[in-house]
Design a protein around this ligand. Structure first.
Ligand SMILES: Nc1nc2c(ncn2[C@@H]2O[C@H](COP(=O)(O)OP(=O)(O)O)[C@@H](O)[C@H]2O)c(=O)[nH]1
Ligand SMILES: [Mg+2]
Length: 471
């Protein structure tokens, strides 16, 4: 697979790669054919032109008049064994914004250009150091907020997903060549691979592609947060619970029924899993048109959730709990985990008695998790958090399994699976080999767009524009 090579200019770029502002040190990265030359003009110390790759050197950075701007460390990476594949120098300077800007401006005076967002990574891609999936993995690693999303992004950056696609690519090429042999010798009526063999090969490929595409739902949840919908009757304490989980007063809490009319959501990291909590309007009959919309949103959010927390007010009547349940139950999906939080135990000593009564009503569903306590109590919130972590851990993908987290990847995989399905149909219907080969080529095309072997400038600009400057 040849990397995409046009479009990148052969000039030398520079940027601050550390975050904006003041820090202990800041790193200024320079990459391109004239890197060593440009840096040498501002460098007083061991000559960088003769420095071997992957070595660090102490020296001074000087401006045009010979004034020392800072003492710095220059780390030299020689192409092609650098991140970008070009000559790279990383200058570690003291982290004052003034020094950072001064050094950048001196470098540009000597011919370097300020890099665009993601341009270092884009060069790494163009020079074949990484493929597009890995480039996107780097962005995800930088953006990762939890252990789970970090693990997925790391695996993607290091090429786990890419090598799986490469494997599928090779198998498809194998299939295509078998078909082409068949075409070359079609006059002589020899079969190089039986249709049966080709079908089973194609089915194997389809199974792999499908498995990857199917992991997307899980992957998206890891990246965007596991959706947890908090539902129940009005005044059950849903908004109180949301606020306790978030550790801030996000939703309005009041004893006025129907206070929360819209869905309010936010994400929190609990035990290495990202959860997206959605507080919803309380379930009741209402004449208020706005509240009605809120309730229908709440219903949608129950259906869309991975986990539903049903808040039950233990001081309220059993019949009102039953009424809530009759609204919730039809919306619950088979795979949804249900947590029943019996609330306000602080003002109702009988709260735990409700568990048995409710069990009889919602039986026989076995995987219900119970929390009996108060949405205001720190230790009860901890119990709930532990329950949520356990649920997330139980549904997380096993170590080493590839999980697709990116919509672009998912779309390419779906397109590839459509094309390979078409090939299987054609093989079964004994359609001539050249037509089958066309479907195989289409499948190959979609896998190639995934890794970036085939790409367009627009797509690349789109992907790299989301990177930060200096990456
Ligand atoms: N005593 C007690 N009151 C609570 C508890 N949770 C919520 N409340 C109160 O119940 C009322 C309704 O709470 P809110 O969170 O707005 O309920 P929502 O309508 O379900 O969102 C408010 O006055 C809360 O302060 C609890 O655990 N114990
Ligand atoms: Mg509320």
């Amino acid at each position: 697979m040849e990397p995409y090579t046009t479009l990148i200019s052969d000039d030398t770029i520079c940027a601050i790669s550390t975050p904006h502002g003041t820090g202990g040190i800041a790193v200024i990265r320079i990459s391109g054919p004239d890197t060593i030359d440009i840096v040498s003009h501002v460098w007083h110390g061991k000559p960088l032109a003769t420095a071997t790759s992957h070595t660090a050197h102490l020296g001074n950075i000087i401006d045009g008049s010979g004034e020392v701007v800072d003492q710095a460390v220059a780390t030299v990476f020689r192409g092609p064994h650098s991140f970008t594949g070009e000559d790279v120098v990383e200058l570690s300077v003291h982290g004052s914004p003034y020094i950072q800007q001064r050094v950048l401006s001196i470098l540009t005076q000597h011919g370097a250009r300020i890099a665009e967002a993601g341009e270092f990574t884009r060069r790494a891609f163009s020079n074949g150091r990484i493929d597009l999936i890995q480039a996107e993995g780097i962005a995800d690693v930088i953006a990762s907020r939890t252990a789970a999303s970090h693990r997925l992004a790391m695996s993607q950056m290091r090429g786990g997903f890419s090598s799986r696609i490469k494997l599928l690519h090779d198998r498809l090429l194998e299939m295509a060549s078998l078909l082409e042999l068949e075409l070359d010798f079609s006059e002589e009526d020899v079969e190089f691979a039986s249709r049966e063999t080709l079908i089973s090969l194609a089915e194997e490929i389809l199974a792999c592609v499908t498995k990857l595409a199917d992991s997307f739902d899980k992957g998206r949840v890891i990246k965007e947060g596991i959706p947890v919908t908090i539902t129940g009757e009005t005044n059950a304490g849903k908004s109180t619970l949301l606020n306790s989980l978030l550790g801030e007063d996000k939703a309005i809490v009041s004893d006025i029924h129907g206070t929360t009319r819209d869905s309010i959501e936010d994400t929190v990291n609990i035990g290495g899993h990202l959860f997206r909590f959605i507080d919803t309007a309380g379930l009741r009959d209402t004449e208020d048109p706005i509240e009605s919309i809120g309730i229908s949103r709440a219903m949608d959010n129950i259906a869309k959730a991975s986990i539903v927390i049903w808040m039950v007010d233990s001081t309220s009547t059993l019949s009102s709990a039953i009424a809530s349940w009759s609204r919730i139950a039809p919306r619950l999906q088979d795979q949804t985990d249900l947590v029943i939080f019996i609330n306000k135990s602080d003002i109702n000593a009988e709260a735990s008695g409700l568990q048995k009564e409710l069990t009889d009503i919602i039986a026989p569903s076995s995987d219900v998790h119970w929390v009996i306590g108060s949405a205001r109590s720190e230790s009860d919130i901890t119990t709930l958090q532990d329950t949520l972590s356990e649920i997330a851990a139980a549904t997380a993908s096993p170590e080493g399994e590839i999980t697709v987290t990116n919509l672009r990847h998912y779309q390419s995989l779906t397109a590839a699976s459509r094309a390979i399905r078409q090939a299987i149909r054609a093989l079964r219907d004994n359609i001539p080999g050249d037509l089958v080969a066309q479907d195989i080529r289409e499948t190959l095309y979609h896998l190639s767009t995934l890794t970036g072997t085939i790409t367009t400038p627009d797509l690349l600009s789109n992907i790299f524009a989301n990177f930060c400057i200096g990456k």
